[in-house]
Design a protein. Structure first.
Length: 518
């Protein structure tokens, strides 16, 4: 297929699974990166002036995505990766209420793009019958989340319900975005767009590693952290709040911990958990994992010389295990070329990983495992669920009743520090609707229909990250499961578009070859 060299805003006229030439792709990504960062900066400044300006830039983003799915996705990458950095740069003098609402900007952008993409998919007669149940699963999961958000709001308040509605639906909303852009653009083009978008972030992270204290002072990270970790106005002096940071030097010292943050470890080996442009070490670890997996999947393996050392340095267990186990499953797939063996061996490995993690967590008193067990107890005691926002790190229950110092000895009655624990506690048996979206994506991988392909890596990464959700609350965010869900949906859409394109020709050829009766 001849690669199109057309303006981005003309993508609706392109042939299926189009790919941009490398040079043109880099120009497009860098151009839309500038547009995305400019829109994000304008959004932050306008909202700081008056929060009523919140929807203006989002509507502009929705219009861009309506005209060009690829451009919308490229801008979304900028909002996911750089949102917190831009908020930090402008957070001095910002009200706490405005700060918390701005932190939901990338989710609002994600929801806007998902709404446009979902509307385009469900109104297309062709695509309504090609998604193999994915769109139906997405709609059911979203409906369940809305119902439980309303229920949780009545019990825990608006803010807590909104936080966990975002946590439970991010990976769901990523699916229609991936299907929408995958109708036209290949996985390689979308994946390369993500990798190139993250290049600036990685460069900034290297600056953070080299000179953390001055870097934090320049981007106003102490003020950002003070706003993030207080429910009231920021502390006004040293000692006024346990989370108060006076300088970048103090924040840099706080970010040093035991290597890979192993609970109850006696190791004296420490690491610096840099926070990246997301200003959150665990979420940024998953961005690095995503860049590693996607770069390898699209043939840009040279990126691993940068991302693998950074993954080791940041010391995020879940992100590192995602990359290690994904590459391990890929090796098994390439050596055996047997989909059934891959499924059985992969399931056994993930079950063993889950079992060992829970056993070790119980033995060492790991907060994540204890929080997951609390969610499991909540599911068994009330299978209907307690409502989104009831239970979890940011819930009123955690603020009022949770004592972290005693949690390792007494346990906890509700879910904390575990994405799976939160889901099953808050949504009960209805959480199966969310897990069904992941299962359907994996089922649509189509491994039985072809031999090993590097794009299979994103399906392996999605499976491993979904299991990581037992041990990490951040695993089901847009940075982790959400990112891999979108990329898997792109691959699924590519395959369905190809099948829809070539199936009529195949049937015509089969009819021509049918023997004629004498």
């Amino acid at each position: 297929m001849t690669e199109p060299v057309l303006p981005v805003l003309a993508t609706r006229a392109l042939p299926p699974c189009a790919e941009l030439p490398s040079r043109h792709l880099v120009r497009q990504v860098l151009g839309w990166q500038l547009v995305g960062l400019a829109l994000l900066a304008a959004h932050v400044v306008l909202c700081k002036f008056n929060i009523l300006f919140f929807p203006i830039v989002l509507l502009a983003l929705g219009y861009v995505h309506h005209r060009s799915p690829l451009a919308g996705v490229l801008i979304l990458f900028q909002w996911l990766i750089y949102q917190n950095l831009l908020i930090s740069l402008f957070c001095v003098g910002m009200e706490y209420r405005v700060f918390t609402e701005l932190q939901g900007s990338n989710f609002a952008a994600l929801a806007m793009l998902a709404a446009v993409g979902l509307l385009r998919l469900v109104t297309s007669r062709r695509w309504r019958h090609l998604d193999n149940g994915l769109l139906l699963a997405v709609k059911i999961a979203l409906l369940a989340a809305v119902v439980y958000a309303v229920y949780g709001m009545s019990r825990s308040g608006l803010i807590s319900a909104a936080v966990y509605f975002r946590e439970s639906t991010s990976l769901i909303l990523m699916v229609p975005i991936g299907l929408d852009v995958g109708r036209i653009w290949s996985f390689k083009t979308v994946g390369a767009g993500f990798v190139v978008s993250a290049a600036l972030s990685i460069a900034i992270s290297l600056v953070e590693i080299a000179a953390p204290a001055p870097y934090y002072d320049v981007i106003n990270a102490p003020t950002y952290m003070n706003l993030k970790y207080t429910r009231i106005e920021p502390a006004t002096g040293p000692g006024a709040d346990a989370n108060y940071f006076e300088s970048g030097k103090q924040l840099a010292a706080e970010n040093r911990s035991v290597f890979f943050n192993v609970t109850d470890s006696s190791s004296k080996l420490a690491s610096f958990r840099f926070m990246g442009t997301i200003i959150h070490a665990i979420s940024y670890g998953y961005i690095l994992a995503g860049v590693t997996v996607v770069a390898f999947a699209i043939g840009m393996g040279q990126w691993l010389w940068i991302t693998l050392p950074l993954l080791v340095m940041i010391g995020v267990k879940g992100a590192a295990l995602t990359v290690f186990m994904t590459l391990d499953l890929w090796l098994v797939w390439c050596l055996t070329r047997n989909a059934r063996f891959l499924l059985i061996s992969g399931t056994v490995v993930l079950i063993c990983y889950l079992g060992f993690g829970i056993y070790a967590g119980v033995y060492h008193g790991d907060y994540h495992v204890i929080g997951f067990i609390g969610g499991l107890h909540g599911l068994l005691s009330d299978p209907i669920g307690h409502g989104l926002g009831v239970g979890g790190n940011f819930s009123p229950q955690a603020e009022q009743y949770l004592q972290w110092s005693k949690m390792q000895h007494t346990g906890v009655d509700f879910a904390v520090e575990s994405a799976v624990g939160d889901l099953i506690y808050q949504m009960g048996v209805a959480s199966a609707a969310v897990f069904a979206v992941i299962v359907l994506l994996l089922k649509n991988a189509g491994l039985r229909l072809r031999g090993p392909s590097r794009q299979d890596l994103v399906f392996f990464a999605l499976a491993v990250t979904a299991v990581n959700g037992v041990f990490q609350e951040e695993a089901y965010t847009a940075y982790a499961c959400g990112l891999f869900s979108m990329l898997c949906a792109v691959v699924v859409a590519n395959g369905q578009r190809a099948a829809a394109t070539y199936a009529p020709a195949a049937r015509k050829m089969a009819g021509a070859l049918r023997p004629v009766a004498a």
